[in-house]
Design a protein around this ligand. Structure first.
Ligand SMILES: Nc1nc2c(c(=O)[nH]1)N[C@@H](CN(C=O)c1ccc(C(=O)N[C@@H](CCC(=O)O)C(=O)O)cc1)CN2
Length: 285
């Protein structure tokens, strides 16, 4: 598998950015294998994601960072460059629902997701045997209603000790405290089982059934202190009929939740998601 550097840039829009990046790569014989950019005309903001064949550049990713920094300063860029050889560490969180958790574990186990799942944190014991079948550490951290903070401090320690880069709430049914949302900003991904902004909070399918909707969906988004209101990474919908009950929607919704979460996580792991304000630009393949 070829090794690539992924250069991700966000900056105020102006003429000359693409030319400057192209010249930098051309001077180093860099072979661009994937090139994406977007300008938001209202925000006057520029977004870029370039994937470069690392072998063609013949410099380390640290050298790339040192040599690119002056260009980044010139254009006031917010930027990073990652090496595709580095596998992100992912911590999964779950409660009792198994479909999204198992789907991510299966996609990882079969090599579809290029990451290292470092553990599962759950607030119940039900999922332990399934997780341990994948030989992934299982941490049961219960969250008592009367005082949740010690539990979230234990979750924080577990995440930090594992050196996880990304945290996935795979139908984890506890609201993350604001301090963790800030600490892990744009690193915590949630799957909400509705087509946001419709039906935030608990039991969205029951809300949908009462409303008589003809479409139900799922939303993958970054977690913020505002419940189910973080930057959206991926969404999709499926059609439902007047004859479908809330229970039918729960059953039908599971497939779309799995699909949306796995897409959203892969986009994040491949550095395809650029956040600006409460919106994202996603350079999906
Ligand atoms: N800070 C955030 N935390 C979480 C978010 C978020 O967007 N910001 N998303 C939720 C997921 N979620 C819906 O997708 C959700 C989960 C839980 C609840 C809720 O009301 N939970 C109760 C406890 C319920 C229980 O103990 O069984 C609570 O935390 O008080 C609403 C929405 C994940 N976290």
């Amino acid at each position: 598998m070829k090794n690539h550097y992924r250069l991700v840039i966000s900056c105020p829009d102006r003429v000359g950015i693409v030319a400057a990046v192209s010249q930098f790569l051309n001077e180093r014989q860099g072979s661009i294998v994937e090139a994406s950019h977007h300008t938001d005309p209202e925000q006057k903001w520029f977004f870029m994601r370039h994937v470069i064949d690392a072998e063609s550049l013949n410099i380390s990713v640290e050298e790339f960072r040192e040599q690119f920094a002056p260009i980044a300063d010139q254009f006031d860029m917010t930027w990073y460059v990652n090496d595709s050889a580095d596998r992100p560490k992912v911590m999964l969180l779950a409660t009792k629902e198994s479909h999204c958790l198992n789907d991510i574990l299966h996609r990882w186990h079969t090599g579809e997701l290029s990451c290292d799942i470092v553990g599962v944190i759950a607030n119940h014991e039900e999922l332990r045997s399934m997780v341990e079948w994948y030989k992934v550490p299982y941490h049961c951290i219960q969250v008592p209603k009367e005082d949740k903070m010690p539990a979230f401090q234990a979750i924080e320690k577990c995440i930090d000790d594992s050196e996880a880069d990304t945290i996935v709430l795979a139908r984890y049914m506890q609201i993350f405290p604001e301090y963790l949302c800030e600490k892990y900003r744009h690193r915590v991904i949630n799957i909400h089982h509705s087509f946001l902004p419709s039906f935030i909070g608990a039991k969205p399918y029951h809300q949908a059934a009462v409303r008589g909707v003809k479409l139900i969906g799922a939303t993958c988004h970054y977690v913020t202190a505002d419940l189910d209101a973080g930057p959206i990474i991926e969404q999709d919908v499926i059609r439902v009929r007047h004859s479908h009950t809330a229970a039918d929607m729960v059953r039908l919704g599971k497939d779309i939740e799995k699909l949306v979460l796995s897409r959203g996580l892969r986009y994040h792991l491949e550095d395809r998601v650029l956040v600006h304000g409460n919106k994202t630009v996603v350079f999906s393949e």
